[in-house]
Design a binder for this molecule. Structure first.
Ligand SMILES: NC(=O)C1=CN([C@@H]2O[C@H](COP(=O)(O)OP(=O)(O)OC[C@H]3O[C@@H](n4cnc5c(N)ncnc54)[C@H](OP(=O)(O)O)[C@@H]3O)[C@@H](O)[C@H]2O)C=CC1
Ligand SMILES: O=C(O)[C@@H]1CCC=N1
Length: 272
C-alpha cells in the first residue's frame, strides 16, 4: 500500500521513460493522486502530460521519495540537479541498472537514505517483481514506504547484499524482453509451419501467458508441468529434444545470456 507520506509530501520522478511510466501508471491506477507527483523529464510523453501530474515544475522542498529512473548514462547530468534534497529526510529510490549506492552517496551526500531497486515492466499492469536493498541511512519506516510503492505494482523481494542486484537485473529486470522474444519467435515459427500471422501471434501470446499463470498457481513444479505436456514418443518430445539439447538448446543458451547481462550490469557499476 502506498504510504500517506507519499501522498502528503510528494513523489518526484527523475526521468519518466519506459520504466518510470510503467511504475507511475501502476501508482496512478492504484489511487495515488496525480497532484502528489512531480516529474522532471526533458521530453515528457503525451501520456504523461495527460495524467495531470506536475511536469517540469518547481519541486516540493521535502518530498517523501525521489524515484531515480533515468538511464545510467544520463545519471551524471541528471542527478546533481537534485543534490539539494540529499543528506535529509527524502528517500532516494533508484531503479537504474549498475549505479551503486556508493555512487549515489558520492553525489547526494553520505547521509542520504538510498534504496536501490530493480523492477520490471509488467509493473505497468500490477504484475511486476522488484528486488530491493537500502543503505544504513534508510529507516525501517522508509524501507516500508519504498516497499509499499513497489508492492503497489507487483511483488517485492529483499536482497541480502547489494551485488546480488546484478544477477536480479539479468534475470527479472531484463526477463520480460526475453519472454517477449520467445513470443516473437514462437509466432514466427508458427507462421513458418503454415498458420496465418494473427492467429500464430494470438496462440503464442496466450500460450506464454497461460503457462506463466499455471506455473504460479499450480502446486506442481515447472519441471512436472513440463512433463505433464510431454507424451511418450509424442510431438512435444520432438520439440524438446531440440530445445533441451545440452550443446545448442536452452541449457547452453540461457545461462550464457544471463551471464552476459549480469556481467554488463557489473560493468556499468564500474563506470563503463
Ligand atoms: N526498461 C526496463 O525494462 C527497465 C529499466 N530499468 C532502469 O530504469 C532506468 C530507465 O530506463 P528506461 O525507462 O528503459 O529508459 P528511458 O530512456 O525510456 O527513460 C529515461 C527517461 O529519462 C529522461 N531523461 C534524460 N535525461 C534526463 C535528465 N537530465 N533529467 C530528467 N530526465 C531525463 C529521458 O528523456 P530522453 O528520452 O529525452 O532522453 C527518458 O524519458 C534505467 O536506469 C534502467 O536501467 C530498470 C528495470 C527495467
Ligand atoms: O537493459 C537494461 O539495461 C535495463 C535494466 C533491466 C532492464 N532494462
Amino acid at each position: 500500500m502506498i504510504d500517506d507520506s507519499v501522498r502528503d509530501k510528494g513523489l518526484v520522478l527523475l526521468g519518466c521513460g519506459k520504466m518510470g511510466s510503467a511504475m507511475l501508471a501502476g501508482w496512478l491506477a492504484g489511487g495515488l493522486p496525480a497532484t502528489s507527483v512531480w516529474v522532471n523529464d526533458p521530453h515528457p510523453s503525451d501520456w504523461l502530460l495527460g495524467t495531470g501530474v506536475h511536469v517540469n515544475q518547481p519541486l516540493p522542498a521535502h518530498p517523501a521519495v525521489v524515484l531515480i529512473a533515468v538511464k545510467p548514462q544520463q545519471m551524471a547530468d541528471a542527478l546533481p540537479t537534485l543534490q539539494a534534497l540529499g543528506n535529509g529526510d527524502t528517500l532516494f529510490l533508484s531503479i537504474a541498472a549498475g549505479i551503486t549506492i556508493g555512487r549515489y552517496q558520492d553525489i547526494l551526500g553520505a547521509q542520504t537514505p538510498i534504496v536501490r531497486a530493480m523492477p520490471n515492466t509488467p509493473a505497468a499492469i500490477g504484475q511486476g517483481i522488484t528486488a530491493l536493498i537500502g543503505n544504513a541511512n534508510v529507516t525501517a519506516t522508509q524501507l516500508e514506504t519504498a516497499e509499499g510503492l513497489l508492492q503497489a505494482v507487483g511483488q517485492t523481494v529483499r536482497l541480502e547484499t547489494e551485488d546480488q542486484i546484478d544477477a536480479v537485473t539479468a534475470l527479472s529486470g531484463g526477463g520480460p524482453a526475453y519472454v517477449f522474444h520467445l513470443i516473437e519467435t514462437l509466432a514466427a515459427a508458427g507462421e513458418a509451419v503454415g498458420l496465418p500471422p494473427d492467429m500464430a501471434m494470438t496462440l503464442a501470446k496466450v500460450t506464454v501467458a497461460g503457462s506463466g499463470q499455471l506455473a504460479i498457481q499450480s502446486p506442481e513444479t515447472p519441471t512436472q508441468l513440463r512433463i505433464n505436456v510431454t507424451s511418450p514418443k509424442g510431438t512435444t518430445l520432438a520439440a524438446l529434444n531440440v530445445l533441451m539439447d545440452e550443446e545448442s538448446g536452452f541449457p547452453a543458451l540461457v545461462p550464457k545470456a544471463i551471464k552476459a547481462a549480469r556481467d554488463r550490469s557489473a560493468e556499468l557499476a564500474s563506470g563503463a
